[in-house]
Design a protein around this ligand. Structure first.
Ligand code: NDP
Length: 281
């Protein structure tokens, strides 16, 4: 029986943000980030404010465009096109979820791929899948930073990604594959999740089910990355992994909160700077 070391996402994110701020200070221009928020979903409100604060701390020109809940798809597309054409804007993020009258896919596909800081545009997804340079979704990119910080060997390792969404699971699998892991993706139609997970030397859980991954799904000595953020009825925030039980078997594990969450924002800032440098040369 092992007791896992904790991978401290807050500390890794703070280090990354400090490195980015130092890089921004050397640039002959100020990278510009625009976050577009439609309506006032309370959960995303906190997230948008945290993004803005962290971006400003890193020295970026950051602003949030707040649009009313009743905004039509055509109105939002017009805002996105204006930002595409604005030379001071390097990075555009449209905060999800969007109100029902707006198709998220149409909006995401309208963002200029060079400014698509979330990496959700099909062009960036295609670049990731084919091993070309592009903008990579922030959460899986943050996981790669955490694995590096934990000293986890990826090349040749058996990695299991639990979840296959376009924003986490699929890009996560692509990044691990690009780093030479042997990758298995499991999902709601997988026959025996527990035994698939038990084979993992690296397990990334991104499923959105509170503490679904039990201690005995974890191989002794595995590195466990818990992307899940789930609010329980009693108000507690838990991940997709039973942290207490998994810690008894894993070699290293991320907590929730304080694991992957802080990395997502740090990587958003990193992507903004990368997009600015790529676009402005
Ligand atoms: P989605 O709901 O889009 O995807 C969930 C995935 O999990 C799907 O592929 C689904 O399978 C699979 N799944 C759902 N239920 C089961 C089950 N019972 N057994 C096996 N597989 C299942 O979620 P996201 O990818 O957007 O997010 C996942 C989690 O990560 C959420 O908790 C979210 O809050 C969190 N998150 C955290 C971020 C951070 O910054 N830390 C950022 C983004 C997300 P199928 O495809 O077959 O339906």
């Amino acid at each position: 029986m092992t007791t896992a070391s904790i991978i401290d996402g807050k500390e890794v994110a703070a280090g990354l943000r400090a490195r980015i701020a130092a890089r921004v200070a050397t640039l002959p221009f100020t990278p510009g980030l625009r976050v577009v928020r439609v309506g006032d979903d309370p959960a995303s409100g906190v997230y948008v404010r945290n993004k803005d604060k962290a971006a400003k701390q890193a020295g970026l020109d950051s602003a949030t465009l707040q649009l009313p809940e009743t905004t039509t798809e055509a109105e939002l597309l017009a805002v996105v096109r204006q930002l595409n054409d604005d030379p001071a804007v390097d990075a555009i993020l449209v905060q999800l979820p969007l109100p029902r009258q707006i198709r998220a896919e149409t909006v995401l596909e309208t963002i200029d791929p060079a400014k698509d800081v979330d990496g959700f545009h099909a062009v960036n997804a295609g670049r990731l899948a084919t091993g070309q340079a592009g903008l990579v979704p922030c959460t899986p990119k943050g996981v790669m930073h955490l694995l590096a910080a934990a000293g986890t060997a990826i090349a040749g390792a058996r990695a299991v990604v639990l979840g296959r969404s376009n924003i986490v699971g699929k890009p996560m699998a692509a990044l691990l594959l690009a780093a030479d892991a042997t990758v298995t993706v499991v999902h709601s139609r997988t026959r025996d999740l527990a035994s698939e997970c038990r084979r993992a030397e690296i397990l990334v859980a991104a499923v959105g089910r509170p503490e679904m991954v039990k201690g005995d799904w974890i191989a002794e000595g595995a590195t466990v990355i818990d992307v899940g953020i789930n609010r329980l009825p009693d108000g507690r925030l838990v991940g997709d992994v039973d942290f207490a039980a998994a810690s008894q078997r894993a070699a290293a594990i991320t907590p929730v909160p304080g694991g992957v969450g802080p990395m997502t924002i740090a990587c958003l800032i990193e992507n903004t700077v990368d997009a600015a440098v790529a676009r402005r040369g």
